[in-house]
Design a protein around this ligand. Structure first.
Ligand SMILES: [Ca+2]
Ligand SMILES: [Ca+2]
Ligand SMILES: [Ca+2]
Ligand SMILES: [Ca+2]
Length: 341
């Protein structure tokens, strides 16, 4: 609830609001989508502290100078709190990148976009559709130009297009990458967080979201839901063009900011360091009727004082993307963000 983090804020119009929250769960031991690290066995990575995980998005107001944007500011629920966190967590680092960030997720300088893929099978024997795709180390990319960011209108074609950035369905992934990676070699298969099979197996809430960011099968049409509710995550094709300017941007010029996330650096005695500007403790009543202490930290990063400048970027006039990366963790960590501005 909003009042947990902002106890003195009077609710707008007397309505008690649920605070918009972004939960980020990072599993450094697990192979993510399109990670073909040869050291992985059964999808588990041997040196988790060398892994990284990140999310990026486009920035709508790109000129930070004329719009006077000075801080990245957010609240995080204490991930190391002894009541529900891990006080002996070995920790890691949280990076923020602001600037030009590559959209070329499958790094090959080619733009992957599901809606450019053929709407019927590719057959190398008959030659059907083979001129519509090029082969890359990651799979297939369209050779055609498509300017409308939408799937083909005919519903029956969806299974040929909604197959992820690799341009391969599971069967083709097996042909491409062999059978050492399991039944989903690219690791890109989607599953809605609700599902009869999840219910039957009483899968917990975190595991229910593990495949929700999958890009293969995340846009089923209603005849393919397989449940009596919509299992679609998005009606939009997955595409290596986040800001939708019809361009694959693969420059990496950005400002970098680093926060240390470990039980020593994120503690009530460290306010004033590590970009922590405030700490808040609140007793909340949980749904099962217990009283529980919840601690939130406020972080405020002055964007004019980056720790590092990567590539060529001089000013804050064209900040087109923001990326958040977690690195250096050897065990799972869950970050609950409130008001990430
Ligand atoms: Ca690419
Ligand atoms: Ca795929
Ligand atoms: Ca797959
Ligand atoms: Ca998709």
């Amino acid at each position: 609830l909003e009042t947990e983090v902002f106890p003195f804020k009077s609710p707008d119009n007397g309505i008690i609001t649920n605070l918009p929250i972004l939960d980020v769960a990072y599993y450094p031991e697990e192979r993510g989508q399109y990670n073909f690290n040869p050291a992985a066995t059964n999808n588990i990575l041997p040196n988790p502290s060398q892994s990284w995980g990140g999310i990026m998005r486009e920035v709508q107001t790109t000129d930070f100078e004329s719009s006077n944007i000075e801080f990245i500011q957010f609240w995080v629920m204490d991930p190391f709190h002894d009541e529900d966190g891990n006080p002996t967590h070995s920790g890691g680092q949280l990076f923020f990148n602001l600037g030009n960030i590559s959209e070329d997720i499958l790094k090959d300088s080619r733009k992957s976009f599901e809606n450019g893929l053929p709407t019927s099978p590719i057959d190398y024997i008959t030659g059907a559709n083979i001129n519509l795709v090029d082969t890359t180390i990651w799979g297939r990319v369209p050779t055609v130009q498509v300017l409308v960011n939408a799937f083909d209108n005919v519903e029956s074609t969806r299974p040929f297009q909604d197959i992820g950035l690799d341009g391969l369905n599971d069967a083709d992934e097996l042909v491409f990458f062999g059978n050492t990676w399991g039944p989903d070699p690219s690791g890109d298969n989607y599953h809605h967080y609700r599902g009869s099979n999840y219910d039957a197996d009483t899968v917990n809430i975190l595991n229910r979201y593990k495949q929700f960011n999958g890009m293969e099968g995340n846009s089923p049409t209603s005849n393919n839901f397989g449940e009596d509710f919509s299992t679609s995550a998005t009606t939009r094709p997955d595409i290596e063009d986040l800001n939708q300017n019809n361009n694959l941007d693969f420059r990496e010029n950005y400002f970098q900011y680093v926060i240390n996330l470990n039980p020593n650096d994120v503690s009530p005695t460290n306010v004033g360091n590590n970009f922590i500007t405030d700490v808040l403790e609140a007793n909340v009543r949980t749904r099962d009727g217990r009283n529980r202490m919840v601690r939130w930290y406020q972080f405020k990063i002055p964007i004019r004082e980056p720790q590092q400048v990567i590539g060529e970027i001089q000013d804050f006039k064209s900040i087109r993307f923001m990326r958040m990366v977690m690195k250096g963790f050897s065990e799972k960590i869950i970050l609950r963000f409130a008001r990430l501005d």
